[in-house]
Design a protein around this ligand. Structure first.
Ligand SMILES: NC(=O)C1=CN([C@@H]2O[C@H](COP(=O)(O)OP(=O)(O)OC[C@H]3O[C@@H](n4cnc5c(N)ncnc54)[C@H](O)[C@@H]3O)[C@@H](O)[C@H]2O)C=CC1
Ligand SMILES: O=C(O)[C@H]1O[C@H](OP(=O)(O)OP(=O)(O)OC[C@H]2O[C@@H](n3ccc(=O)[nH]c3=O)[C@H](O)[C@@H]2O)[C@H](O)[C@@H](O)[C@@H]1O
Length: 437
């Protein structure tokens, strides 16, 4: 079976690498020549633990190849996975241009019957349109079927999430499509949920939006905890023992970011509206997240009469630890607002600084350690809970900062530890600690 994967981002590349790891022959196609050159050398263009090793091992074994030559790749493919981006349009709807560009390339070049599998997150009904498009536009006399196979990996754990996935969702309209995908996934030994294409598309959005809802719910509870004197970390712990609630995604903070929750909540909300229905819970999820993002910035503005001329240490830039991805990272709009206020920003992130430099090349100063960031700072923001940051002793803030005032957007420190420290500490859903020397 010849498998081709279109798009070598977080989803496409990890999918291709893992399919080859379980023994399939895979060709990964991208339009970005520089990415392809890198991958051919066994270097991953994205930061994802374990990926470099998989690329090198399977490329050397002749099971995994990379190319920009989509014509040859699609010509004799048995299965083509589409893993290109489906970013947000200005109105919140999903932009399907990249998906249909790939479809046009497949239709133009495919010379034998094949199964096209949509892995990208796409609005309900898209797979039907993709199949219609391919059948209408196929240049050669071939039979092309389409299946939905949404992806559930999270960045930073993408390889493990794929090799040991909790479930594989397959949305099909024919036994042949089901059989082909069962053959692809046979070697993974994971539970397979088979449904129709529209339900599979909905499973993806419903899963992401439910997780986003859980976070926004906890953030609202956190905000209310502050008002009534409860502690959200204890509240989450107390809730988590109930298996109906579970112990995941109860972490309050400055809101969810990343390339998916923000866009997938908006896309489903948009789609519902377009169908004459309002998803009220999703609307609230989006609104809460939007507000939560600036929560600590607003507090800092209140705390200091002005932020103008103050030295602000920023610890953590990526949307979460374990990734170099900055898409929808709360650090970006917060840094922008700090700069608008005239603050002097010094930032540190273990892997995200190169990408951040593309957005703020010279407006802020970048340093190589958390300690350098904190030196002589008037206040500090924590935007990402990297281990390097969480493990910094509170005495480091107290000793290095001009005034050790911390705004922790990820609740990195235990309140009991901050109580014993010499810092002023503001976090989310917990009491403020005012122990400054
Ligand atoms: N990033 C994530 O953790 C997850 C993403 N998804 C979904 O998967 C899809 C892909 O997301 P990412 O991997 O993050 O995207 P990405 O933006 O990291 O990568 C997309 C890749 O597709 C390439 N590309 C664009 N047009 C192409 C074409 N015609 N032929 C070949 N390659 C082409 C781009 O050069 C780029 O390398 C999206 O729909 C996303 O919602 C789903 C689950 C997890
Ligand atoms: O469709 C997608 O792209 C993926 O989106 C998320 O994965 P990801 O965006 O990589 O990261 P998460 O670990 O889910 O975190 C997303 C955001 O939520 C925040 N978060 C997460 C958990 C929590 O308890 N609280 C919280 O604020 C994180 O800080 C981060 O900003 C989902 O977890 C994946 O299952 C899904 O496949």
């Amino acid at each position: 079976m010849k498998i081709v994967v279109a798009g070598t981002g977080y989803v496409g590349l990890v999918t291709g690498a893992c399919h080859s790891e379980v023994g399939h022959y895979v060709t990964c196609v991208d339009i970005d020549q520089s990415k392809v050159e890198k991958m051919k050398k066994g270097i991953s263009p994205i930061y994802e633990p374990g990926l470099d090793e998989l690329l090198k091992k399977n490329h050397d074994a002749g099971r995994l190849d990379f190319t920009v030559d989509y014509k040859s790749a699609y010509k004799d493919a048995d299965v083509v996975f589409i893993g290109v981006g489906t970013p947000e349009r200005e109105d919140g709807s999903a932009n399907l241009d990249y998906v249909f560009n790939v479809c046009a390339q497949i239709a133009e070049n495919v010379e034998k019957d094949c199964l096209v599998v949509v892995k990208s997150t796409v609005p309900i009904g898209t797979n039907d349109k993709v199949e219609e498009f391919l059948q209408e536009n196929a240049k050669n006399n071939v039979h092309i079927e389409v299946a939905s196979n949404p992806e559930f990996l999270a960045q930073g754990t993408a390889v493990v999430d794929t090799l040991y996935a909790k479930r594989i969702v397959i949305g099909v309209e024919s036994t042949n499509a089901e059989n082909v995908l069962r053959e692809v996934y046979e070697r993974y030994n994971q539970p397979i949920v088979v449904t129709n294409r529209r339900s599979a598309e909905m499973i993806k959005y419903a899963s992401n939006d439910f997780l986003a809802l859980k976070i926004s719910f906890m953030n609202e509870i956190a905000n209310f905890c502050e008002i009534v004197g409860a502690d959200v970390e204890d509240v989450a712990k107390g809730m988590s023992f109930d298996p109906r609630i579970g112990d995941k995604f109860l972490k309050a903070g400055i809101g969810y970011g990343g390339s998916c929750f923000p866009k997938d909540t908006k896309a489903l909300h948009w789609l519902a509206n377009d169908n004459g229905y309002e998803l009220k819970t999703i609307k609230a999820t989006i609104e809460v997240n939007q507000n939560q993002k600036y929560k600590l910035f607003r507090l800092a503005k209140q705390r200091f009469e002005t932020l103008k001329g103050l030295k602000v240490a920023v610890l953590g830039l990526t949307f979460k630890p374990g990734t170099d991805d900055l898409r929808e990272a709360p650090s970006i709009p917060n840094v922008r607002r700090l700069l608008d206020e005239g603050a002097e920003v010094v930032a540190y992130d273990p892997v995200g600084m190169d990408n951040f430099k593309r957005i703020f090349p010279s407006e802020i100063k970048y340093v190589n350690t958390p300690e350098e960031t904190l030196k002589d700072a008037d206040l500090a923001f924590i935007f990402t809970e990297w281990d390097e940051i969480k493990s910094l002793d509170l005495s480091v803030y107290a000793n290095l900062m001009k005034t050790p005032i911390i705004f922790d957007g990820r609740n990195c420190y235990k309140i009991t530890d901050t109580e014993k420290s010499q810092v002023e500490y503001h976090s989310v859903g917990r009491k403020a600690i005012l122990n400054i020397k």
